[in-house]
Design a binder for this molecule. Structure first.
Ligand SMILES: [Zn+2]
Length: 677
């Protein structure tokens, strides 16, 4: 058979399977069959690279080549929306439009997703270019990354030229899990979505479960907005079904109900009831929305209304949260953390938000600053996320005198070492950096760690300055009596310090380990290590010395990143010496024996793997807990050491491998029986 035809045939099949899987969430083939075809296509493409199509379904997995994000001009209008913050404002807007024209006004209300805006350009039905919104005129080309998003069609069922605007987002339920993979560098789902779009490696983007809703289609068909949405759906684009149409034409409403199941319909006077009700429902959604968008449906009326240089006049955003406050970004301070990570902090002209004064907000990293296009002197909007953490949301007005974007300085302000860029962050890699040392000591003694409450930040700074301590172990060895006579140190205070230092030696192993503040090894990781048998520094050290990351990466919830961190830390001479010195000081170096007395240890010695889905154990970690409670171990990969595979519907390659290795396969029903005493 002609290779080219074969490629086209397989591609068409795979694209169809991807559409059913990602957009309709209703797969029509087994994972195995899909993988088989996918691998077959990969093989052919490897043999005949010249025949590889740029919209091949294999592009979904991305590439390891570094992306460059060239700039390109938009050929369609991608203005931002005018905003209203009150119901009255929206009612007025609707009334004004309805009264201002002879044309009948129909309205569509859509959810305003809090994600990253994208414009997709198709030529003859093939995805040519994906551009970020950018400044509305020019955007960045992020096509390679966008091709990895399974919900976005690479090839349309019709050979048409069309531009489609949509919002890329990540579900709330998946944010935490995937943010972990990026060392929790993103503060909310929106930033993870936007950051992923700008990720340098499309192969990494492919691993993030990004979603899209298409909400605007640019092509001339003489129809209204809601009909275009219906067309987009027919062209295999994901369209948000939380959508409402308000019109006086009952036949039209019935027609659209058929084309877009899930749509809410009503007469124009019902718009505000809908807005009010849907605002209440928003917390139930599995994605963040920051408002609703009200659009005029008719394209003819849209054209009559036109647009200002900033906003279309035919749409308005109803924002839930009033902009908490506006202020000026006066400066950006550079903080260096105990692990050397550099955090830029916004220094703001103090402003009141929800009853408290805000003068600082974290800016996370250079990437965050770039996404906001932020510079000193800019007028910015500040909010309190979750009513607690102040965040710079966006630039309202650039500083006219200096509109440049802030760049983090190249060297550490505390020790002069050149910063090194690693992932999204800059680092001071100098292990003797005085600021890093100060931070690690402050962290070590803080509440939640060793809890030495007599050593506050000021006291530690004093001890460091006067040379009483130069490292964490010095806390346990310096001569406290010599403090007598120093300003502010009386006998009573010195006694208190002595006592609280002594008391801290009673902290358990998990606390000591966490207090070391090793990057990537927080409370949860430490507790997982102990649960999985790594209950002493010696054991972890021994395992780390082998350099085998699988010893750690098999621990549920760990993954390669945490495993690599562990190996790195426990091969670092300075860190090993720190642990040895703390052992000499009398701190706990191993966990006490612990058993769960309530459950009989019926699974002691067993190594389980869990795969597929379950009725009673959703998420699967519930089953893992039951196994661990009874003394069993749970790992991610089937190996010859695995003793049991708990398999539910949808089990794939793990089941095949377990069968091959003749491992005991347990279904849900049997498993429940095993759990009963
Ligand atoms: Zn430094």
């Amino acid at each position: 058979m002609d290779i080219k035809i074969k490629i086209e045939e397989i591609s068409a099949k795979l694209l169809k399977y991807q559409y059913h899987y990602y957009v309709l969430a209703d797969p029509i083939v087994s994972d195995n069959e899909y993988d088989r075809l996918f691998d077959q296509l990969l093989d052919i493409e490897k043999k005949y690279p010249e025949l590889t199509q740029k919209n091949s379904p294999t592009k979904r997995v991305g590439s390891d080549l570094d992306n460059t994000f060239a700039e390109m001009e938009h050929s369609v209008s991608v203005l931002s929306l005018d905003k209203e913050y009150t119901g009255e404002g929206i009612t007025k807007w609707v009334d004004k439009i309805s009264a201002g024209s002879d044309m009948k006004a129909e309205y569509v209300v859509e959810e305003k997703l809090d994600g990253a805006s994208i414009v997709l350009y198709y030529k003859k039905g093939i995805l040519e270019t994906a551009l970020t919104r950018g400044d509305g005129v020019r955007g960045n080309v992020v096509t390679e990354n966008v091709r990895t998003i399974g919900q976005i069609p690479l090839v349309l069922p019709e050979e048409i030229d069309i531009a489609v605007r949509g919002e890329i987002f990540i579900k709330k339920s998946e944010f935490e899990r995937f943010n972990k993979k990026f060392e929790n560098k993103y503060s909310n789902p929106r930033n993870l979505a936007a950051g992923s779009l700008r990720n340098l490696r499309s192969s990494i983007v492919a691993g993030v479960p990004l979603n899209m809703f298409a909400y605007e289609g640019y092509y001339k068909n003489g129809k209204g907005h809601v009909e275009i949405l219906s067309d987009l759906k027919a062209l295999n684009f994901p369209v948000n079904k939380n959508l409402a149409l308000f019109s006086g034409d009952k036949n039209f409403l019935d027609q659209m109900k058929k084309e877009l199941p899930g749509i809410t319909t009503g007469s124009v006077d019902k718009i505000f009831d809908y807005i009010e009700n849907h605002t209440k429902e928003r917390d139930k959604l599995d994605y963040d929305i920051d408002g609703l968008v009200i659009k005029v449906n008719g394209i003819a009326l849209r054209e009559e209304l036109g647009e200002t240089s900033h906003h279309p006049r035919w749409a308005i955003a109803y924002k839930f949260d009033s902009p908490a406050a506006e202020t000026i970004l006066e400066d950006i301070a550079i903080q260096v953390g105990r692990n050397g990570r550099v955090s830029p902090v916004a220094i703001l002209a103090p402003v009141q938000i929800a009853g408290s004064i805000v003068a600082r907000a974290t800016l996370h990293n250079q990437e965050y600053i770039d996404i906001l296009e932020l510079g000193i002197g800019d007028r910015v909007s500040i909010s309190k996320r979750g009513d607690i953490i102040p965040a710079v949301e966006r630039v309202i007005e650039k500083d006219e005198k200096d509109p440049s974007i802030y760049k983090i300085r190249s060297d550490c302000p505390f020790c002069g070492t050149e910063f090194v860029k690693d992932g999204a962050h800059h680092f001071c890699k100098n292990t003797e950096c005085p600021e890093r040392l100060r931070r690690s000591i402050v962290f070590f003694v803080a509440k939640g760690q060793m809890d030495i409450d007599t050593l506050g930040e000021k006291t530690i700074e004093f001890l460091l300055e006067k040379g009483f301590i130069k490292s964490i172990p010095d806390i346990y060895s310096f001569d406290q009596n010599k403090l007598l006579g120093e300003e502010g140190f009386k006998e009573k205070k010195i006694d208190n310090i002595k006592n609280s230092i002594e008391e801290s030696k009673g902290n358990d192993f998990a606390t000591v380990f966490t207090a070391l503040g090793f990057e990537g090894i927080g409370k949860v990781a430490v507790s997982d290590l102990i649960k999985n048998g790594f209950d002493s520094f010696d054991k972890i050290r021994e395992a780390a010395e082998t350099g085998d990351i699988e010893l750690f990466s098999d621990i549920p919830g760990f993954g390669d990143i945490t495993a690599r961190f562990l190996i790195e830390h426990f091969s670092d001479k300075d860190k090993l010496k720190l642990i040895d010195d703390l052992a000499d000081a009398g701190l706990r170096m191993r966990a006490e024996e612990r058993k769960n007395p309530e459950e009989e240890q019926v699974f002691a010695g067993d190594i389980w793997v869990i795969t597929g889905s379950f009725e009673n154990f959703n998420p699967r970690s519930i089953a893992a807990e039951e196994i661990e409670k009874r003394g069993g171990k749970v790992t991610n990969t089937v190996t010859s050491k695995t003793t049991h595979l708990l398999a539910g519907p949808g089990a794939g390659s793990k089941l095949d491998k377990a069968e091959k290795l003749k491992i005991k396969i347990i279904n849900e029903k049997t498993f429940i029986k095993l759990l009963k005493p």
